[in-house]
Design a protein. Structure first.
Length: 94
């Protein structure tokens, strides 16, 4: 795998992680169920509901993993887009 292929692969994987992080935002409205209304960390979406301690922890972990995914994806995209010297086929011929 050449450096150009590795760079493209890194960007596509980074963007995929970024997309997954953004898609977690669509899950938040679904968490207003009275069976799973985590009002401790989701103060707006969980208003009027309560959850057990383990459910609150599960939501915290899920949102934390989502935030970590966005951070990691952003770092990967920035790393993939850094200004480097990529060799082209013309450079190889010379």
């Amino acid at each position: 795998m050449g450096s150009e292929d590795a760079g493209r692969s890194m960007i596509s994987h980074g963007l995929f992680l970024f997309l997954l992080g953004l898609l977690t935002g669509f899950v938040i409205p679904a968490l207003t169920s009275p069976r799973f209304g985590a009002s401790e960390i989701l103060s707006i979406a969980g208003v009027g509901y309560s959850a057990t301690a383990w459910q609150e922890q599960l939501v915290k972990v899920g949102l934390g993993l989502g935030a970590l995914s966005i951070l990691l994806a952003s770092i990967l995209v920035l790393y993939g887009l850094r200004g480097g010297t990529a060799s082209t086929s013309l450079d190889r011929e010379l």
